[in-house]
Ligand binder design. Structure first.
Ligand code: BF8
Length: 670
């Protein structure tokens, strides 16, 4: 049965999105929002109770105790479905990492047009981690060796995936003891598909144990490699001023939107757009110049390094085209809706696919290769410029917000201690004293079955009031950026007193943008350094920290949640559980549900739970943070103790006569 059509305000909290949804209605066009309303999800599939792994089925296990044609139980079916989804996510992230490693190799050997090694310090630091010789060698020689080492991690058959050496020692030992240390990135993905073929692994606990090994190979393997190399090639992020939302599109410029995930092409488009010859070409076409912006994680990549604005997150890809102002949307891999092809035909927008892995029927395909990167980037921009004259009526929402993204692990280190004392000590001290109650990572997608951006921003705002420092990646970060939560002092009236003091002192926003979804690996390195700094336990599971993916929808999110859990983090997903069963009708696999929340906590100190209500997400986050504080014997959180220093107090003191001010400040006699 079709669901009731929601009001626009129920579809999105973002005024720019709402304006475009109204325009879609007026023009009689559909979007993911309206399609989600029209198409109720399959209640059997969404509950994880359908097995379609062979042609004896698909089997629907919709009666208590029912089994598939082969005899597979609900425990097996749910565990298999979940591991296959995690494998899909791990494959997407890791293949992205492989692509980056190949680009690094090509760059090191002078075979990648336009690429250079921008962060030699990070290259040398990473080479040292893996005992690659540094002294007396050129960056290209070191980069060649690092690329070889990283490329070898994908096809490695035995041993341990190299970046796992960067996890806390205790965690590495735990993974070895539990038999989940990944041997090779591809091997664990392939084995997941093998084990879930008809007639293979049919013990849910055994299946889910491999799911953990598979996911660690993503977080501490493929994703970490992607982040490392992106920083080496394009620069490790540091704060820059950026903007977010559809209002970054411009009526008098050629609007080129890059969408997808791999920064190899988008970074080259950024460089090509600054070429005087291309700018002149745009002016000759009657435009003031080229206006680049991004959607999804490509947006995050170029936003945090170059300050290129983000036009929006996942659910805004169609809305950008609906403005009528996008002359070309250039896509590579992941999270690209097929609907873009038909929608772009309703306007003048050129939809251009560029990855050899992704074509979309109806889109133009211009295949990208590193060897001719700059040439291809310029060709694409010329096409966009040529298309400018074909624009019809436009409607660009006048909605945009400033933000300061770019909080890499390296920058936080520097911000807290400067060049001479770069360290996480002030952060650890702030958590230990209770100024910062704990840390929450809010990550992941949008899902049109929830109100766009509502869960991300609601959870973030409530946690900020409770002195929880927030780090973000992916589409969640764009949601909070649009709400103005990624500014410095501008957002501090919404922040608890202790956290406000810290943000004012260091000069950071209370919500730190840490990048794209592969950059969740940055959060892992931050957590590791918090452990190594001392005072907050010996492993990640002791830190008062929680991970949340309130609006998740992709398989990648499931992989991220699983490797964070395996690293010791309590992970809360919003929306619906893929192993929910059909409440009140047919129960889910008790074995699988128990394993996810209870057994995983016993084994790894982390757990995964699916919680739909955002206030309940906040409550459980705070409960977990306080539990971890108590276990560390840290003082109980008490907001009354803080907030007496900082700008507000300085302003108040400034109003006092000098003598009284001195007395208040230094206890001097009046
Ligand atoms: O990899 S957060 S919708 S864009 S999957 Fe996709 Fe989800 Fe956005 Fe980035 Ni991540």
């Amino acid at each position: 049965m079709a669901k009731k059509r929601r009001e626009i305000q129920e579809q999105s909290i973002d005024p720019a999105a709402q304006e475009m949804l109204k325009r879609a209605d007026e023009l009689g066009l559909t979007t993911a929002f309206s399609r989600a309303d029209e198409m109720a999800p399959c209640n059997i599939g969404s509950a994880g109770m359908c097995c379609k792994l062979c042609s004896m089925g698909p089997c629907r296990l919709t009666k208590e105790g029912s089994v598939g044609v082969c005899g597979a139980t609900i425990d097996t079916v749910q565990a298999r479905n979940l591991m296959r989804a995690i494998a899909g996510g791990a494959a997407a992230h890791s293949d992205h990492g492989r692509g980056m490693a190949m680009t690094l190799k090509a760059t090191a050997n002078g075979e990648a047009e336009g690429y250079v090694i921008r962060d030699v310090a990070k290259l040398r630091a990473l080479a040292a981690v893996y005992d690659i010789p540094i002294e007396g060698r050129s960056p290209n020689e070191i980069a060649n060796d690092l690329a070889d080492l990283y490329l070898a991690q994908f096809g490695q058959q035995e041993g341990e995936v190299a970046p796992t050496v960067r996890a806390p020692k205790k965690r590495q030992e735990l993974w070895r003891e539990r038999g989940v240390m990944p041997r090779g990135i591809d091997r664990e993905i392939v084995e997941s598909l093998h084990r879930t073929h008809i007639g293979d692994d049919q013990d849910s606990v055994h299946i889910l144990q491999h799911a953990v090994r598979l996911a660690i190979g993503d977080g501490w393997g493929g994703s970490m490699i992607a982040t490392d190399i992106t920083d080496i090639l394009f620069g490790t992020p540091a704060p820059v001023l950026g903007q977010a939302n559809l209002g970054v599109l411009k009526d008098d410029m050629v609007n080129v939107v890059v969408h997808g995930h791999e920064p190899t092409l988008s970074e080259m488009i950024v460089a090509a757009a600054q070429d005087p010859e291309i700018i002149e070409y745009a002016k000759a076409a009657g435009a003031k110049g080229i206006n680049l912006s991004g959607i999804c994680c490509t947006a995050n990549e170029i936003l945090m390094r170059q300050g290129i604005p983000a036009a929006g997150n996942f659910l805004q890809q169609e809305l950008a085209i609906l403005t009528g102002a996008v002359d070309a949307m250039i896509v590579d891999v992941q999270c690209i809706m097929q609907a873009l092809a038909e929608l772009s035909k309703q306007f003048h927008t050129l939809l251009i696919t560029t990855s050899p892995k992704v074509k979309i029927k109806g889109a133009m395909h211009i295949e990208f290769d590193e060897e001719h990167a700059m040439t291809i980037a310029k060709d694409i921009l010329r096409l966009a410029i040529d298309n400018y004259k074909n624009r019809g009526e436009t409607q660009i929402p006048d909605v945009r917000e400033d933000l300061v993204p770019g909080f890499s692990h390296e920058y936080i280190n520097y911000a807290l201690g400067g060049s001479y004392r770069a360290s996480f000590r002030p952060l650890n001290d702030a958590i230990m004293s209770g100024r910062i109650r704990g840390v929450a990572a809010i990550v992941g997608c949008n899902n049109p079955r929830d109100t766009h951006d509502l869960l991300h921003t609601h959870v973030a705002k409530e946690l900020l009031k409770q002195d929880v420092l927030i780090v973000e990646t992916g589409c969640a970060s764009i949601a909070c950026a649009k709400e103005g939560l990624m500014l410095g002092e501008a957002g501090l009236d919404q922040v608890g007193p202790g956290l406000r003091e810290i943000c004012e002192t260091i000069g950071i926003p209370p919500v730190l943008h840490m990048g794209s979804c592969v950059d969740n690996a940055r959060i892992l390195t931050v957590l590791t350094q918090v452990v190594e700094e001392g005072g907050l336990g010996e492993d990640i599971d002791e830190i008062p920290a929680v991970g949340l993916a309130p609006e998740w929808m992709s398989e990648k999110a499931l992989s991220i949640g699983t490797y964070c859990m395996a690293s010791g983090v309590y992970v809360i997903f919003g929306g619906t559980s893929p192993v929910s069963g059909m409440p009140d009708k047919v129960p889910a696999s008790a074995e699988v549900s128990r394993y996810l929340s209870e057994s995983w906590e016993e084994l790894y100190g982390g757990k995964i739970e699916f919680i739909a209500d955002p206030d309940e997400m906040v409550r459980r986050t705070l409960e977990h943070i306080d539990k971890k504080r108590a276990a560390l014997k840290l003082p109980e959180y008490d907001p009354e103790r803080f907030g007496r220093s900082g700008d507000q107090r300085v302003i108040e003191l400034d109003k006092l006569p000098l003598a009284q001010r001195r007395q208040a400040l230094y206890g001097m006699e009046v």
